[in-house]
Design a binder for this molecule. Sequence first.
Ligand code: NAP
Length: 334
Amino acid sequence: MRKAVLVTGASSGVGLALCKRLLEEDHELHLCLACRNRSKAEAVRAALLASRPLAEVSIVQVDVSDLQSVFRASRELKQRFQRLDYVYLNAGIMPNPQLNIKALFSGLFSRKVIHMFSTAEGLLTQEDKITADGLQEVFETNVFGHFILIQELAPLLCHSDSPSQLIWTSSRNARKSNFCLEDIQHSRGQEPYSSSKYAVDLLSVAVNRNFNSRGLYSSVVCPGTMVTNMTCGILPPFVWTLLMPIIWLLRFFANAFTLTPYNGTEALVWLFHQKPESLNPLTKYLSATTGFGSNYVMTQKMDLDEDTAEKFYQSLLELEKHVRATIQKRNHQS
Ligand SMILES: NC(=O)c1ccc[n+]([C@@H]2O[C@H](COP(=O)([O-])OP(=O)(O)OC[C@H]3O[C@@H](n4cnc5c(N)ncnc54)[C@H](OP(=O)(O)O)[C@@H]3O)[C@@H](O)[C@H]2O)c1
């Protein structure tokens, strides 16, 4: 039977490169592109099928920052699939990023320079906003919309015969210091992206704790720093091109500069081949590239504890109850 794989954010960057690479690994996959923009998804589907005609490539339209859209897509998926073997929770945003020039220059002349470039720690702030669901946009897109998606898809993911895998695109930029259990949406801070990625790490740990016995496993990945639509929001493409010689040199000291989405998917593809039962739930898998351009996977122990992960998971369940009630009331009134 064909393996069924769902990829969110498959229309560009990491998601698109991942789809291409997964079809190189298994020509007969059923790949479902979960994208908010149907015409982009149609173009990706046509390109994938042109090079891999034996594959089955379908589309589900979903905007993970709109819960009605997530519910609608989940209903559609439950009608179309008996099970999903892999779900790559990859769609993500970093809206209006601002580079902290002062931190950049003071970091340049400190001992933390390699760490600063590898993780962007302290370098980036973002401007968040509130969505139509009344949630912080970065939190809803990067975390909560995906959380609701997996809650809704549980019947397709929880099987006792063979396990299913969730693989989250997190980041080396996930920082404990930017996350707070009392403000899980990061409505009071300036680094919602870092907070949301730390929240993803916590959620993955909690999913393992609550769902492994039902055959569902979860892992987190950092693809490294690549030039994609997201990073072109930080610096325009021509600046990335000008910086390339410096970044190539830096790569001899910092393996996080994967630079292309193809390289960045190394850890995501590696996980596709692993037995999920053998993975450590507290490990993050990092795509890395050497100075000579070879890709490999590194592991890193996540800076978190299971107690906080469980508390965060309980907060998400509470918020889920609240938003479901609000949406029901809204639908009833209209
Ligand atoms: N680039 C990096 O250096 C880097 C580093 C660490 C982690 N990451 C993570 O890698 C993941 C992919 O990012 P990328 O670098 O490949 O950037 P990208 O090219 O901008 O891709 C982001 C993808 O997410 C989709 N998306 C955004 N908001 C969505 C929404 N509300 N509903 C559904 N889909 C939505 C986009 O769809 P559209 O095409 O419709 O916009 C696009 O397909 C993200 O989770 C990001 O945080 C990236």
